[in-house]
Design a protein around this ligand. Structure first.
Ligand code: SF4
Length: 452
């Protein structure tokens, strides 16, 4: 990238399509001295596990780590609501010096007495890794004492990046689902991996699958609970939406339980239709395929005119995308194409080489592609590329607003679904309301030119 970068070590993580062959460096630890937009290991683990609705999520660490709660990840439940609490051992100076294990045992006892959970996830944080509390031993003792399942999650913030947190969460889930006896397979059933039921998204996909004759056995982890997750090995196929967080679990389940997996995406009309066909194809049932085609035709007919009406407002607009995983980024390029917007900058926190290859194939020449960006880079390239809109998460929102460009939240704290055909309409509507807001009439560029 010829644009002057202050930190030269970042150069291999940034490329421009068409200017050089993209062999982007990725899937690596952040460069020291850069302010990464990535979340920590603990946060990575927490986002995956928190939607387990009947679990007590106990954060072993200082109170600050446990501020990451249900409130900023609004996954919905059809039953239990224990997951909406955030429990913490609130480690203090005394515990750091003398050890936090007694406090952890007491915290578990208290929570058991008050809430009687069947399941605990006990998260390790930075300070626990430093002082060396034996989480495994405390969890084992407490589990025996109370006769419940208590799973330690090895997620000290400093042991890697967000991807290590995903892996820690998947290891915890594997400990939960591994059956003593193999479970009999249910025909035409799937486990749906990597949907956290934000604003009820897993329910939308469950309805589509039910309509075409596929039953959803377990969801990882949206609206899941102890019992539904323990049934996971009865599923005959794993379908995976969030590849960043779930590829490790899918691979392990393939190796250990011989459950194959398919990558799917229900973001945008094109990917939703492709995914439904892919699932029906896998089961090789012509009647299922016919039902999938009927669903696709009906929903496309209902959705296309709405999308077309919004599309008319977006002439010449350019988008920047900075999201967690590579597969979501790929879907967003296609989804922006559906609504007539070009993506001019695209980056991810945890994308993998094959995903960046696909991104490179999809985008137009001149698009900037970057891995593990920092705010300064995002600012520089969004300005340089003339982006009118940024898609990101909670950490990118202030950046967009400070630059005076529109923003779309594609992360945890949104309250509307972005999956399936319903999500495709919501997405176009949100792009319209942010990009075409009258507020831009009151915004001036640095040169004094009015944006409106
Ligand atoms: S980096 Fe460490 S201290 Fe900060 S939230 Fe993550 S686990 Fe807690």
């Amino acid at each position: 990238m010829e644009a002057a970068l202050d930190i030269k070590e970042r150069n291999p993580f940034i490329a421009t399509k068409g200017k050089q062959k993209v062999s982007l460096r990725c899937d690596a630890d952040s460069i020291s001295g850069c302010v990464s937009q990535r979340a920590c290991v603990y946060c990575g683990a927490r986002v995956v596990l928190n939607p387990v609705t009947d679990a007590a999520h106990l954060v072993h660490g200082p109170i600050g780590c446990s501020s990451y709660t249900w409130d900023i990840r609004g996954s919905l439940s059809s039953g239990d609501d224990l997951y909406r609490n955030s429990f913490s051992t609130e480690l203090q100076e005394h515990d750091v010096i003398f050890g936090g294990e007694p406090k952890l045992s007491r915290a578990i006892d208290e929570i058991v007495a008050k809430y009687q959970p069947k399941l605990f996830f006990v998260y390790s944080t930075c300070i626990v890794g430093v002082i060396g509390d034996d989480l495994e031993a405390v969890c084992k003792r407490s589990a025996q004492k109370h006769g419940i399942t208590i799973i330690p999650v090895q997620s000290s913030g400093f042991i890697g990046n967000k991807s290590a947190g995903y892996r820690a969460a998947c290891d915890a889930l594997l400990r939960l689902i591994t059956p003593e006896q193999p479970l009999p397979r249910k025909a035409n059933s799937v486990n749906y991996l990597g949907d956290f039921n934000l604003a009820g998204e897993a329910w939308i996909i469950r309805n589509y699958l039910t309509e075409i004759g596929v039953s959803v056995n377990s969801v990882f982890t949206g609206d899941s609970n102890f019992d539904s997750l323990r049934e996971a090995t009865a599923g005959s196929l794993n379908i995976m939406q969030c590849a960043g967080s779930m590829t490790y679990l899918a691979t392990k389940m393939q190796d250990e339980f011989q459950i194959p997996y398919l990558r799917v995406s229900f973001l945008g009309m094109e990917d939703t239709a492709d995914s439904l066909r892919k699932i029906a194809d896998y089961f090789g049932d012509p009647a299922m395929l016919a039902r999938a085609e009927m669903l696709i035709a009906r929903e496309t007919e209902a959705t296309s005119p709405i999308i077309a009406a919004y599309r008319g407002h977006f002439n010449g607009k350019k988008a920047a995308v900075y999201v967690g995983g590579g597969f979501k980024a790929i879907s967003l390029i296609k989804q922006f194409r559906e609504i007539g917007i070009e993506v001019v900058l695209i980056g991810t926190q945890t994308g993998r080489p094959d995903e960046y290859d696909t991104i490179n194939d999809l985008v137009n020449d001149g698009t900037v592609i970057l891995d593990d960006a920092n705010p300064a880079e995002l600012e520089r390239f969004m300005t340089q590329q003339g982006a009118d809109l940024l898609v990101g998460g909670v950490k990118e929102r202030p950046l967009a607003y400070k630059l005076g460009i529109a923003f779309i939240d594609h992360n945890h704290d949104r309250k509307h679904p972005l999956s399936g055909y319903i999500g495709a309409v919501n997405f176009a509507k949100e792009v319209y309301s942010t990009l075409c807001s009258p507020v831009w009439n009151y915004i001036y560029d640095w040169g004094g030119e009015n944006r409106g």
